[in-house]
Design a protein around this ligand. Structure first.
Ligand SMILES: C[S@@+](CC[C@H](N)C(=O)[O-])C[C@H]1O[C@@H](n2cnc3c(N)ncnc32)[C@H](O)[C@@H]1O
Length: 235
């Protein structure tokens, strides 16, 4: 496999326990309504260039979460900010099913989902279109031989950063010190980004108490220090 092919590969779990009958029904009936790319008859995604603004009606502020897990953060944000458009991507079927169920139950209309590899999304979004990007507890791949699998690398960060508008922010949380340093190194080498020393989770928590994600809860339970890294684009 080429180096580029390896970087495109998804290494984590795509399925967990079987979906409930209700979740299966939601998937069958609604996933296309909230999906960014429609599925062709052969099951392949119909990838195309997109301006994320076109996914919503008259919304200017568009934010992206990569690897939303069970979707708790995205859901709470969408509920709290009905005039903001939220785009989430996730490869884990159970996570997508969980978010979809909440979207339907609470009649949320400001979330769009990409169920698949986030690279398909970030390679197809127009540049300078996003206000914020969140990456909360990306898969850590702590073993030396697996570090190449980490999502936040030079190449992916270049695409991500190009999507942000001026003054846009990228917020990343990780409980892996070594990954935090890697992220800091990559971001500090970019001339047009400044590190902002703010715990974006804490600020949000003042507004809504249980904004934690599953992996934030895990980190806190095991007493691990969480690094909140926040960067702002200055041109
Ligand atoms: C450690 S989990 C964190 C989940 C959630 N953000 C949280 O804090 O609970 C990382 C998530 O990223 C997702 N993920 C990993 N690689 C991905 C990719 N290439 N595209 C989309 N999602 C991805 C995984 O499926 C997993 O749910």
């Amino acid at each position: 496999m080429t180096e580029e092919g390896k970087q495109y590969k998804i290494f984590g779990r795509r399925k967990g326990k079987s979906l409930s009958n209700l979740q299966k029904e939601y998937f069958k009936n609604y996933i296309n309504d909230f999906s960014i790319f429609k599925t062709n008859d052969d099951g392949a995604l119909n990838l195309r260039k997109i301006n994320p603004k076109d996914l919503f009606d008259c919304i200017e502020d568009i934010r992206l979460e990569i690897g939303f897990g069970m979707g708790d953060f995205l859901f709470e944000k969408a509920l709290a900010h009905p005039n903001v458009g939220f785009v989430g991507c996730e490869v884990f079927e159970n996570g997508v099913a969980s978010l979809l169920a909440k979207i339907i139950k609470f009649r949320i209309n400001n979330i769009r989902i990409h169920f698949g590899n986030c690279l398909d999304l970030i390679h197809n979004f127009n540049c300078l279109t996003l206000n914020k990007i969140y990456i909360l507890f990306p898969d850590p791949w702590p073993k030396t031989k697996h570090k190449k699998r980490r999502f936040f690398n030079e190449n992916n960060s270049m695409y991500l950063c190009s999507l942000l508008k001026k003054n846009g922010t990228i917020s990343i949380a990780t409980d892996i010190e070594d990954y935090a340093n890697q992220i800091l190194g990559i971001m500090q080498s970019k001339d047009n980004f400044n590190y902002i020393d703010s715990n974006f989770f804490q600020t949000e928590k003042k507004i809504k108490k249980n904004l934690d994600t599953k992996y934030q809860q895990k980190a806190l339970k095991f007493g691990r220090k969480i690094n909140y890294l926040n960067f702002k684009k200055n041109d």
